[in-house]
Design a protein around this ligand. Structure first.
Ligand code: GCW
Length: 685
């Protein structure tokens, strides 16, 4: 199963249930405190999502307590769970808000709407599964993050992230080059997502081939409508990736020029038709003028002119356009030290801030380049003021170990969300920018590129479920702590055994730092193989036209992005951040090589030279993986065998791959610099 062959996967095992394996909650001491409540339930309100919530209570009663819960009238004196989709004023009005109130004879779950009740039910289940008492399950929650979306990079050919061959094969949505007609797995996926408050899924890649371009045509809309109906029961909206050249590809027009009347009309008719099939269709996700995808530039039009035509077509139906800012020139001359890919998104979008239609949200990758293990936060969050914006994270670990290596990414996402942009003075965190509160945006959101494919654990490496779970939890509440999220995930997935918690949590919590240690150092990025983006190949992009250079030579390494001598990228941040990064004396060590080109003898704040830091971290990072592989063995018998074996098999790959990273990177820098390791360790393999 290492390669995740979807066709052979079984989908009824523990791995598939992930954090919703309620049967195992039986073993927890705390369940006895809930047993009486689960005998009865009442429902106030009606609707499909509320029925889903009701079914969840019935299923939990069976699986956790072995009882068939009976429906009773509202306000019953007998112990019961009350589901109320009528806001009595005690709950926030934002969609999905809920309160859980616990009294002697009832657990009342009150939602601002049906969705709020469903989220309240999942909150209750999570509370039970993580060992909280009924009193501790009481809560009141809402989220300012309006759109909490996962985006598949699947395409009909079932290759996910097509130009990165090795990543994932298989899809929940497509099998044998057809859109699936059996909704079972899609339903399970929607359920898993709703349980962590995800409210939208885009089901195809932003690189849209002709097959997926047809999704918005009469021929494929019935299939899309079936999927939308399945998602709807869980309060999840369907989004589609569309090709900017659709009017030509599937519309039979000769142009996709956004200013041509027939093109505008085509988009409007298309949107009208989509909404006939799917009245609550979420909207489009568009990658335009990026990595050879078509876009408005081809017609001499701006991204505002391009986006607004699609946005207007959607607007009449309440749809949203997610317009990606991943626009850069991917053909850079290595002699040109001024052109900087990191600057591109800002350069392209800042001049048109404020001109987009009100239902456009600019979707911006967390960093200015492309999901490296360490990047600064995209400066667009520090500069746009008049355009709805959302952050895009990559749950799929394209550059961070893919479906093999353990790399818990929540700490990295938290760093980005907590970053202070200073756009409106101190305390202007990215969270406050993207949740719309700081700049008074009409729409807000967080997007995550999904790591889900047709695998029996959904995510290949079972531990990567923690990223999927954590992403959802964070979109609902960006204030949550990485450790708390992880603790909850481990308890829900493996139970509350101290030995399990004590083994898994410390490693996972550190795994991003560890991955960084044995791979690319000090923010330099791009030391991976070309195309597949897995494994070390420090010069793969160095001599390539794609040109994401690190400029390592015998004297030093790093990209000079300063204002005086470099690309000037640091000026895209607000003060004091721009100065902090621009000044080699204050630039944080972990980002040094992102911002500065330094000699190997340069001393870090840590006191070490750059070269010694590289050697030390590569040796130490590898040793930490080695230690975890040993520790993992002690969990045999304590956790589900299937889980144990699957993780173990992938850990054997991780250790080999970490060793390879260590040896190749250390050898590379040793040969470039000629500087010996102070500790005399063996650098050659
Ligand atoms: O990281 C790169 C990936 C591409 C991807 C692109 C993007 C969907 O290698 O596969 O295309 O980013 O974000 O558009």
């Amino acid at each position: 199963m290492i390669n995740g062959n979807a066709k052979e996967a079984k989908h009824n095992g523990t791995g598939h249930l992930a954090w919703l394996n309620t049967k195992q909650f039986r073993m927890l001491a705390v369940t006895k405190d809930y047993a009486e409540f689960f005998k009865r339930y009442s429902v106030a309100g009606s609707g499909k999502v509320l029925s889903t919530a009701e079914n969840e209570i019935l299923q939990a009663a069976r699986e956790i307590f072995g009882i068939d819960a009976t429906r009773t009238e509202e306000g019953s004196d007998l112990p019961h769970i009350g589901l109320t989709a009528v806001n009595d004023g005690s709950v926030d009005t934002l969609p999905g808000s809920f309160a859980v109130k616990v009294s002697g004879h009832s657990i009342a779950i009150i939602g601002a709407d049906e969705l709020g009740v469903l989220y309240g039910v999942y909150h209750l289940l999570r509370s039970i599964g993580s060992g909280k008492s009924p009193a501790n399950a009481a809560t009141r929650q809402s989220s300012r993050v309006e759109l909490r979306i996962v985006q598949q990079w699947d395409n009909l050919r079932e290759h996910i992230a097509d130009n990165s061959g090795l990543i994932y094969h298989g899809s929940v949505f497509y099998k044998n080059q057809e859109i699936v007609s059996d909704m079972t797995q899609i339903k399970d996926y929607a359920r898993l997502m709703a349980s962590v408050c995800i409210n939208a899924i885009c089901i195809n890649n932003v690189n849209v081939n002709i097959e997926e371009a047809r999704f918005i045509t009469e021929e494929k809309l019935p299939a899309m409508a079936r999927i939308a109906e399945t998602l709807r029961k869980y309060g999840v909206k369907l989004f589609l990736g569309v090709n900017f050249a659709s009017p030509i590809m599937v519309g039979g027009l000769e142009t996709a020029d956004p200013l041509k009347e027939d093109v505008k009309k085509w988009w409007q008719d298309t949107a009208d038709n989509i909404y006939r099939f799917i009245p609550d269709f979420g909207g489009f996700v568009v990658k335009a003028d990026s990595e050879d995808q078509p876009g408005p530039f081809a017609y001499g039009r701006s991204h505002v002119q391009g986006a607004n035509v699609l946005a207007d077509a959607l607007h009449r139906h309440g749809g949203i356009l997610l317009w990606r800012c991943f626009v850069y020139n991917c053909h850079v001359d290595w002699r040109d030290r001024k052109t900087d890919r990191a600057k591109a998104a800002y350069d392209n979008f800042m001049p048109i801030d404020g001109q987009f239609a009100s239902n456009v949200i600019l979707q911006i990758k967390n960093g200015p380049i492309d999901f490296q293990i360490r990047e600064p936060v995209s400066p667009l969050f520090s500069s746009l003021r008049k355009t709805n914006e959302m952050i895009e994270f990559q749950i799929m670990q394209e550059y961070t170990g893919q479906h093999r290596q353990i790399c818990y990414l929540v700490p990295m996402w938290k760093e980005a969300l907590d970053f202070d942009t200073h756009i409106k003075g101190k305390g202007s965190t990215v969270t406050r920018v993207i949740d719309g509160s700081l700049l008074d945006y009409k729409h807000s959101g967080i997007a995550g590129i999904s790591n889900v494919y047709g695998d029996k654990y959904w995510t290949g490496q079972p531990m990567a479920q923690a990223n999927l779970f954590g992403f959802g939890r964070l979109t609902w509440n960006p204030q949550l702590d990485s450790g708390e999220i992880l603790d909850e995930w481990v308890r829900l997935t493996f139970g509350s055994n101290e030995k399990i918690l004590g083994t898994i949590i410390p490693f996972l919590l550190n795994s991003r730092a560890i991955y960084e240690e044995y791979t690319a150092p000090l923010g330099v990025g791009w030391m991976c193989n070309k195309g597949m983006h897995y494994g070390p190949s420090p010069d793969a992009y160095e001599y390539d036209r794609w040109g994401t250079y690190h400029y390592a030579d015998r004297e030093g390494v790093g990209v000079d992005r300063t204002q005086a001598t470099g690309t000037g990228y640091t000026a895209q941040y607000n003060k004091p951040v721009s100065d902090l990064y621009d000044n080699i004396g204050t630039c944080p060590d972990e980002l040094l090589l992102f911002f500065h080109h330094v000699p190997y003898s340069h001393r870090l704040h840590s006191g070490k030279t750059v070269i010694q830091h590289i050697y030390d971290t590569h040796f130490e990072g590898f040793e930490k993986v080695e230690k975890f592989v040993e520790d993992w063995q002690t969990l045999k018998g304590l956790i589900d065998d299937d889980y144990f074996n699957e993780v173990n098999a992938r850990l054997q790959l991780q250790i080999e791959d970490a060793r390879e990273w260590r040896d190749i990177i250390n050898t590379y820098f040793y040969r470039k610099s000629g500087v010996d390791d102070e500790k005399g360790r063996v650098i050659y393999r």
